[in-house]
Design a protein around this ligand. Structure first.
Ligand code: GDP
Ligand code: GDP
Length: 439
């Protein structure tokens, strides 16, 4: 499972700056917490072989009342979700009473906690950290988040216990290559995930096995349908509830991100009666960044007027253009309409995500594409594309070799990519192209 790093500290110490440095996703996911003005941000990143999730807790100042109190509680909840807490302080401002209050909070939490002294650019690192030993959190580490100084060392050090060893990597490989399609059901609270999970498992043709091991919070449910094995990754925790009415804390962004990583195909559930929201978009952005196959279910299609339906279809066209590789389904999880059809798209997306193409086949395709439309010349020398091979699956990666490929214009890359996608009939999964110069 991905390690989760929470950034805590009083406002203005540099949490957002560090967050941006540690994450590479195009969007941060913002927890939608009603009534709170400042929310937690979630992002994803990678150092070396280690992927991780980062949470920016938004800030605790130590002496909150009212709304601040509730915000601080949310920050402390984020700490509960984390494996590692980075407690940031400001090396320029020196030790602050609010830092001491936060240190007290953290000591009660009993979490793996690192004290990080930020803004040490232009300061002597030993001098800058000296004051902060007094917090009793251990050896302070000096960084300058704004300049990136000390950041990769910091991350290497805190992630060291989480780097998977060879046995774990081997076990992971076996698990990933069992013959079941792993489907994650994701979406904002109340979009109908639990209803959909129950529907998908409740169908006649479905044989549900005993629950497999549970991880952090999502539940893995193996089953079989029409001779195909599936494992449903249930982020809504349906099977955890003893009674259907029992409210458990159902929605967690950490859980969602973990499930996306661990799935082959993601079903992104949107509440069509509310339209497409920002949070829907950023969750789908994460699915694409992770390279996962995607099926979109616009739920609650029942009970919508034809005007509302037309409006949602326009929104889908305008706002979900970036996910146009995916199949869209208009369903009612409540009544079951359209639910069975999801499987056709899930299977297709999985098959495309796992497809294997020979170097021969890809190279011949490349030759055709180039013959129809040559790449331009750069400095009087024509860019040559020589051969292509497959570099991975789920997502499929196509590696194109040639000379001067770094100079290939974006428009040409798009032409080539579109042709490949069309001829290889790739549907339902993002596909990545890498261009390498090999002369
Ligand atoms: P947050 O409120 O904890 O999220 O803090 P921000 O990330 O918004 O940073 C607060 C201010 O500190 C901004 O003006 C940043 O540019 C500045 N800052 C952040 N990191 C550094 C650093 O490493 N060095 C210096 N000199 N300033 C920094
Ligand atoms: P979750 O938080 O995403 O797991 O959402 P739930 O499955 O708990 O559903 C939230 C609410 O939406 C419940 O009241 C459901 O009965 C309702 N709901 C779910 N699917 C549909 C649907 O297809 N149509 C309608 N009208 N309501 C639905």
């Amino acid at each position: 499972m991905l390690p989760v790093i929470a950034l805590v500290g009083r406002p203005n110490v540099g949490k957002s700056t560090l967050f941006n440095r540690l994450t590479r996703s195009r969007d941060a996911l913002v927890a939608d917490l009603p009534g709170l003005t400042r929310d937690r941000k979630y992002g994803e990143g990678r150092v070396g072989d280690c992927d991780y999730i980062v949470i920016d807790t938004g800030g605790i100042s130590g002496d909150e009342a009212g709304i601040d109190q509730r915000m601080a509680e949310q920050s402390l909840l984020a700490i509960d979700e984390a494996d590692i807490v980075l407690f940031l302080v400001d090396g320029r401002a020196g030790l602050n009473p609010a830092d001491e209050m936060i240190a007290n909070h953290l000591r009660r939490h009993n979490k793996e906690c690192w004290l990080v002294v930020n803004k040490t650019d232009g300061l002597d690192p030993d001098m800058a950290v000296a004051d902060f030993y007094a917090l009793g959190i251990g050896q302070p580490l000096a960084i300058a988040a704004a300049h990136g100084r000390g950041v990769s060392n910091l991350i290497d050090e805190v992630l060291a216990p989480f780097v998977p060893d060879e046995d774990e990597l081997a076990a992971e490989k076996v698990r990933k290559h069992d013959d079941s399609i792993r489907i994650a059901i994701i979406g904002r609270p109340n979009v109908g995930k639990s209803t959909l999970v129950n529907r998908m498992l409740g169908e006649d043709r479905v044989v549900v096995y005993d629950e497999a091991g549970t991880t952090r919070d999502s539940i893995y449910i193996p089953y079989e349908r029409d001779g195909q094995k599936y494992t449903l990754i249930d982020t809504a925790g349906v099977r955890r509830r003893k009674h259907i009415t029992e409210a458990v804390e159902k929605f967690s962004i950490v859980k969602t991100l973990q499930a996306i990583k661990d799935a082959n195909v993601v079903i992104s559930v949107i509440d069509a009666s509310e339209g497409v929201t920002e949070q829907d978009l950023s969750m789908m952005g994460f699915v694409i960044d992770a390279g996962r196959a995607l099926v979109v279910a616009l739920n609650k299609w029942d009970g919508m007027s034809s005007d509302q339906r037309a409006d949602v279809k326009v929104q889908v066209e305008r706002r979900l253009e970036f996910a146009s590789f995916a199949r869209f389904h208009f369903i009612s999880a409540l009544h079951g309409s359209g639910v069975g059809d999801l499987y056709g798209s899930v299977n297709e997306a999985f098959d495309c995500a796992m497809a294997k193409w020979s170097t021969n086949q890809l190279t011949r395709l490349l030759e055709d594409v180039v013959a129809d439309h040559q790449p331009p010349a750069i400095n009087n020398r024509r860019i040559k594309l020589r051969y292509a091979h497959q570099g991975g699956s789920n997502p499929p990666i196509i590696v194109v070799h040639g000379n001067q490929t770094a100079a290939l214009p974006g428009s040409y890359k798009r032409y080539l990519e579109n042709r490949f996608i069309r001829y290889l009939k790739v549907r339902g999964t993002p596909i990545r192209f890498e261009f390498k110069t090999s002369d």
